[in-house]
Design a protein around this ligand. Structure first.
Ligand code: UD1
Length: 336
């Protein structure tokens, strides 16, 4: 059985990926510092798959702990989710983001190479494209200057990996996620936003659940069909499955270069108002919302051209926006 290290494996995307790894026959060891999740996520994973993954509580900024972790352990590949991800917070605390997202990456790569681990999947983001000049966005669209320290850590992370693959025997796939939403159909795992959600879907489901008064729609004067901003919302289970495809490409040596980049989205853009309508349809509820000013730093529209990922990874998103919203609502209701 192949053994995969999943850093941040108790987080939103990480936990769903651990489930898909176990379902595909991999043995998993999780590293997580529990800074933005809960230990109970392990129980959810075990309830779904019947298997408790190995778990090591560890902060990747602790270089010695990272090196010790690899001692005497055989690891076939690493999927690296562990990172801070709040755009606003990154503006307030840039050094936290550079230390946590970049420092940790460097230690992890050094420890991997010291221990002959050669396959690495990196969590990147469509944020590297900024407001792309052409839609849908292909992997060849230029990387634009980052709007925030968070976005910059994704760009720098990709650059570090590119440099390292040139110098070392290391194979990397960077997956550029569009907007991950939804939850496992069992509602045993899902997103656990701490405090007031910054992202659209958790805010929608919390408003529907009566936790928030109303949803603020950030701007209706964008040059889109209904004036609200457009994103490519991808079901987290589809996103998790893309990691399995990418990992197998590396483990089987089917990658075409030592550093590859793939867009992971559905290829379909939805406006904020379309998301609200879809949510009302699947939940049978009326959502309280109000149009307010644009949010600083938001782009008009982003959705993926997924043809390269579809072809090269043999992967395609199978679930749609309604499926994702239904699962997010089921998860919210269970976790009131
Ligand atoms: C945001 C980050 C992005 C990051 C991603 C991670 C910003 C500017 N971008 O993406 O870098 O990779 O999260 O999850 O923060 N919206 C509302 N009302 C709300 C919340 C959101 O109208 O209460 C709108 C936003 O204006 C946007 C859309 O919903 O048009 C999606 O927002 P969000 O879920 O925050 O994702 P992004 O901004 O696309």
């Amino acid at each position: 059985m192949r053994k995969i290290l999943v850093t941040g494996g108790l987080g939103f995307i990480g936990s769903h990926t651990v489930v898909e790894l176990q379902n595909s026959g991999y043995e998993v060891v999780i590293i997580d510092d529990l800074s933005n999740t809960r230990r109970e996520v392990l129980d959810g994973i075990e309830a779904i798959t019947g298997n408790a993954p190995d778990f090591v509580e560890l902060d990747l900024r602790d270089k010695n702990a990272v090196f010790n972790f690899f001692q005497g352990r055989h690891i076939d590949g690493v999927i690296h989710f562990a990172a801070s991800k709040a755009v606003g917070e990154s503006v307030e605390k840039p050094l936290l983001y550079y230390e946590n997202n970049i420092g940790s990456l460097v230690y992890l790569l050094k420890a991997m190479l010291d221990n002959d681990v050669r396959s690495f999947i990196f969590s990147s983001s469509c944020t590297v494209y900024g407001q792309a000049d052409e839609l849908p966005i292909t992997e060849n669209a230029p990387v634009k200057k980052a709007e925030s320290p968070y976005g910059n850590t994704k760009q720098i992370g990709e650059e570090i990996l590119e440099d390292v693959t040139k110098a070392e025997n290391l194979n990397v796939i960077a997956l550029r996620y569009f907007n991950p939403i939804g939850a496992h159909e069992s509602a045993l795992i899902g997103e656990l936003p701490l405090g007031i959600p910054q992202n659209l879907i958790p805010f929608v489901t919390q408003t529907a659940a009566g936790i928030r008064e109303e949803l603020s729609v950030f701007g209706d004067d964008y040059p889109t069909s209904d004036g609200t901003a457009v994103r490519d919302y991808i079901h987290v289970v589809d996103l998790a499955k893309a990691h399995i495809s990418a990992l197998e490409r590396l483990l089987e040596g089917r990658n075409k270069s030592k550093m590859e980049f793939f867009n992971v989205g559905t290829g379909k853009g939805s406006s904020v108002l379309e998301v609200i309508k879809a949510f009302e349809r699947v939940s049978g509820l009326d959502l309280r919302y109000r149009i307010v000013d644009r949010r600083a730093g938001d782009i008009t529209a982003a959705f993926a051209d997924t043809s390269i990922a579809n072809r090269e990874l043999g992967w395609k998103a199978e679930l749609n926006l309604d499926d994702a919203l239904r699962s997010a609502w089921k998860w919210q209701q269970k976790n009131k």
